[in-house]
Design a protein around this ligand. Structure first.
Ligand code: HEC
Ligand code: HEC
Length: 248
């Protein structure tokens, strides 16, 4: 359930967290579920995200990007428009899948925890983040039977994805040399040809990321800048950089 690094950290942390009562929570959530979630959080999450949820757990320093300060209530992996709260399902998916990037796993998958424990964690994370109302997902239009990759390439050029991701998507755009996240920490536009996506590599995951952006990072939301068929073509194009036969 935890990667090697965090399994070293967790036992040390258990001693440490026993003394804390945890962060102040937003009102509104079911108290029993919140209490259950908190217990699981202290065991599974606090090593990285900190007992207060401030992202400053004892294991945080070895991770890049850093574990999220959950108190800020800003989430990258949402099915909801930019600036809005994630849905409960979004948080459930993140906890279930974990988060991996080209640099490897930074947040382990918790799919082995019973679903009811993962839902309790969703309740607890929302309370720490001060979310009392989940966002509403964007419309996901039907996926085309095949992707128009030539159109996707054109849209990639028109929307200037290359400024950050590079002309061929290799993460070597000139802006990528200076990007910072909302906490003013250095961040890089990923090499899209590696096929490693934090929010999943299904076409609908890529469609959603491009449409809603990754809040708290320089990756903008493009929902208002392109038509749905263009965003589908672009999603296919992005996937074609790592998968040769996206249309098969
Ligand atoms: C080994 C360290 C580690 C552990 C353990 C861990 N996380 Fe994370 N988590 C991270 C890192 C690192 C990020 C930031 C990734 C990024 O910004 O790309 C993150 C991000 C998140 C996010 C934000 C996702 C988004 O959409 O932006 C949530 C929610 C989250 N973690 C919840 C949890 C919960 C709940 C647990 C326990 C079940 C947990 N994490 C355990 C390292 C960890
Ligand atoms: C201003 C810079 C910038 C521009 C412009 C930009 N991106 Fe990004 N993009 C980023 C950064 C930075 C990340 C990584 C965020 C993270 O991992 O926390 C990212 C991440 C991504 C991801 C990975 C999502 C995931 O699940 O891991 C995809 C796909 C993506 N961008 C596609 C695009 C496309 C397509 C365009 C053009 C329509 C675009 N980006 C424009 C900076 C940019």
């Amino acid at each position: 359930m935890l990667n090697k690094r965090s399994s070293i950290i967790v036992p040390l942390l258990l001693l440490f967290i026993a003394q804390y009562s945890g962060p102040a929570l937003a009102a509104g959530a079911d108290p029993a579920l919140k209490a259950a979630g908190k217990k699981i959080y202290m065991r599974e999450c606090a090593a990285c995200h900190g007992v207060e949820g401030d992202g400053a757990g004892p294991g945080a320093y070895i991770l890049n990007p850093r574990p999220r300060n959950l108190q800020l209530g800003v989430f990258k992996l949402r099915s909801t428009p930019t600036g809005e709260n994630p849905t409960d399902q979004d948080l459930f998916k993140t906890i279930t899948r974990g988060i991996s990037s080209m640099a490897g796993a930074m947040m382990p998958s918790f799919q082995e925890l019973p679903a009811k424990d993962r839902w309790a964690l969703v309740t607890y994370v929302k309370a720490v983040a001060g979310i009392d109302k989940a966002g509403k997902p964007i419309d996901l239009p039907t996926k085309p039977r095949s992707f128009d990759l030539a159109l996707g390439r054109q849209v990639y050029e028109r929307l200037q994805c290359a400024a950050c991701h590079g002309v061929d998507g290799l993460g070597d755009g000139t802006s990528s040399l200076t990007l910072k996240d909302a906490q003013k920490r250095r961040i890089w536009a990923p090499d899209l040809s590696r096929g490693q996506f934090k929010g999943g590599a299904m076409p609908r995951d890529i469609y959603t990321r491009i449409s809603t952006g990754l809040d708290g990072t320089p990756m903008p939301a493009y929902a208002s800048k392109a038509k749905p068929n263009e965003i589908w073509a672009l999603s296919g194009y992005v996937l074609s950089l790592s998968k040769k036969n996206i249309n098969d």
